[in-house]
Design a protein around this ligand. Structure first.
Ligand code: SF4
Ligand code: MG
Length: 374
């Protein structure tokens, strides 16, 4: 655990406005951290490695995500005692053990609810939720969608390996139809969730997707999420070599990757395929179609707009992705500004206090109709 009073983590006070440079002379601090103290100590990856032995299977994609996350954290310039990582249950949810910060390995599916409580009451914390496809989308589905629609200032990393790994290989809410596992010996008959579509349907203000093996891309998405004030959902394709190896091969294998992966960059034309020869354009009913960009009318081709106010566009992008990875958009699909839940709640409390004074909980509980049960 971090030294709260030790000199190693002196705190410089908060950065009261967007774009204020951090104490380490680095660039502007992320906007989600406006009320979070700035450390005056130069941090490195090592500062965020705990003394716990990392216990995932050899070759698990979780190692790459953990390494990228630990290497990214110094950018935040947050004292470790102001960093909290909340997880649910599952392989990925072991991550808080391995980061030298405060952390909770909490209850199955409830990490977004616990993180919501923290964010609402402690604006001085940088809060990250670690979850998996089973944890977030099965038992935790309800908590996830409400944290997103409320726009709580938390960053949610959803490790999607399309399987239940910790319980040894049952099909999960993102497993493809027909998936043969121990719990579906004749193949899954369930239609899987597309986590990005689900998040967009839940009114998420920031939705992105990345891949465990692409550290540069993963780090860029973490950076963008940290800069977003409100709830950010990042789906991370994560390989589980033990129970679902090569689940993402079509988008990681160099022989197929360029045809399938659509790398989105705000303000840039959407291009993919051999030498960027494929593009996207809208077709009937607002869906998107893959076209030959070398012959198509340039003005009909899509230029990515992550800030489009209407989520229909981001949703259309998300629907390009099928279980067999016909096209798989990665990057920031949607990033729009709207007030965060914690800010709105605290503003409302401040106004109520101003009008009515400090509350009296005992008086409130005893006020109105009360009954004595004998
Ligand atoms: Fe990783 Fe899969 Fe092992 Fe879990 S079961 S630690 S996801 S390789
Ligand atoms: Mg899983």
């Amino acid at each position: 655990m971090p030294e709260i009073n030790g000199s190693a983590h002196e705190v410089n006070g908060t950065n009261g406005a967007n774009g204020v440079n951090g104490a380490n002379g680095a660039g502007p601090r992320p906007r989600s951290l406006t009320l979070v103290p700035v450390t005056s100590v130069k941090q490195t990856t090592k500062d965020f490695k705990s003394d716990q032995e990392v216990r995932w299977c050899p070759g698990c994609g979780d190692y790459a995500i953990l390494a990228a996350f630990q290497a990214f954290l110094p950018e935040l310039q947050v004292p470790r005692e102001n960093l909290v990582i909340v997880s649910g249950i599952g392989c990925s949810s072991r991550l808080p053990y391995y980061v030298d910060s405060y952390g909770l390995h909490s209850i199955h599916g409830r990490a977004p609810a616990i993180a919501t409580g923290l964010a609402a009451t402690r604006p001085d914390l940088s809060i990250w939720v670690i979850t998996g496809d089973g944890d977030a989308l099965s038992i935790g589905g309800n908590h996830l969608i409400h944290a997103l629609r409320r726009n709580v200032n938390i960053k949610i990393l959803l490790f999607n390996n399309r399987i239940y790994g910790l319980t040894k290989g049952q099909y999960s809410p993102t497993s493809e139809q027909g998936k043969v596992t121990k719990s579906t010996p004749f193949g899954s008959v369930d239609t899987p969730f597309n986590p990005v579509s689900l998040a967009l349907g839940a009114e998420a203000s920031f939705v992105a997707r990345t891949i465990d093996s692409d550290r540069k891309h993963l780090t860029s998405v973490l950076r963008a999420a940290a800069d977003h004030k409100g709830a950010a959902l990042i789906e991370i394709y994560q390989n589980c070599p033990i129970f679902n190896d090569d689940a993402f091969l079509p988008v990681t294998d160099p022989s197929t990757r360029d045809d399938r992966l659509i790398r989105l960059e705000h303000g840039q034309p959407v291009r993919f395929g051999p030498a960027g020869s494929r593009g996207l354009r809208f077709s009937r009913y607002g869906s998107l179609e893959d076209v030959d960009a070398t012959t198509a009318d340039e003005s009909s081709l899509l230029v990515h707009d992550a800030h489009a106010a209407d989520p229909s566009y981001a949703f259309a992008l998300s629907r390009l992705d099928t279980s067999d990875f016909a096209h798989s958009p990665i990057g920031i699909l949607r990033s729009v500004e709207r007030p965060s839940y914690d800010d709105l709640m605290n503003e409302q409390i401040a106004v109520a206090r101003e009008r009515q004074g400090e509350g009296d909980l005992a008086a409130l509980l005893a006020g109105g109709d009360t009954w004595h049960v004998s």
